[in-house]
Ligand binder design. Sequence first.
Ligand code: NAG
Ligand code: NAG
Length: 251
Amino acid sequence: MARQVVAVLVYFLVVFANGKAVRENSLNYYLDTVLANAQIIILENGFDPTTLPNATTGFNDTILGVTWHGEAALYDGWLHGISTLYRSGDADFVLSDNIISGISGTFGLGAMEGHYNCLAKFQNLGPIADVTLSNEGGSIIFTAALNHQTCRFEMSSFDLTHITNFHVEIHGLGPLNWILDIVMGLVINTVKTFLKWVIEEPIRNIVNQVMALVDLGPLGPIVGCETQSQGPAVPWKGIPGVPHKTNANSN
Ligand SMILES: *[C@@H]1O[C@H](CO)[C@@H](O)[C@H](O)[C@H]1NC(C)=O
Ligand SMILES: *[C@@H]1O[C@H](CO)[C@@H](O)[C@H](O)[C@H]1NC(C)=O
């Protein structure tokens, strides 16, 4: 059963004033509030750990003039660490015609850890190997546009521009150890492609859903919006439009 999600919706404590430091503090504090809430939604929606996709690749070897074909399959994969999303620098205002039209900045991902089982089939062999992977995260460059009517930001770009190198260890291929590099290449390609997709689609959607709910607080007047009255913290059961995944590791 899905646990009920209660958004934190931390309120702003920064006193409003016009100084640049306060502008930057308010902006950073707003983004930290958004991310603190997004982290909870990421966990509660089964994205940390997240299920990695299955993948297969073919390989071959020529023995006494005969070419034999094999297949390596990755399955039962998971990746831990997506909820480590954090603000990795000061955010900036984006100005158009001297009016604040948005914000830009960078987020970081912390260390990731994952696992796959790998079944390699070749001739009459079928070892199941153990694949562990880890890296030091990555970085996201974003721009969020301000909707002056609703006084809310929405990500207009959210790109995972850098993924640190994955360290991959594979144990158990036995006599098929000669396909180590092939399996390693498959793991790295599959995980990088998946990580880019998961950050730029569902995680971006989660951040947008949170930005649609979090009050701008003292940032409102700075960006040219009235501060809205505060409602009570909103209880969430999950986010519409974000697939709710159940995960064996989450309970
Ligand atoms: C055999 O594998 C090599 C590289 O691993 C690949 O380039 C080649 O196309 C494969 N050959 C066949 C017949 O599948
Ligand atoms: C992944 O592969 C495993 C093992 O072959 C299989 O049981 C599972 O259904 C596959 N999952 C998907 C989503 O295809």
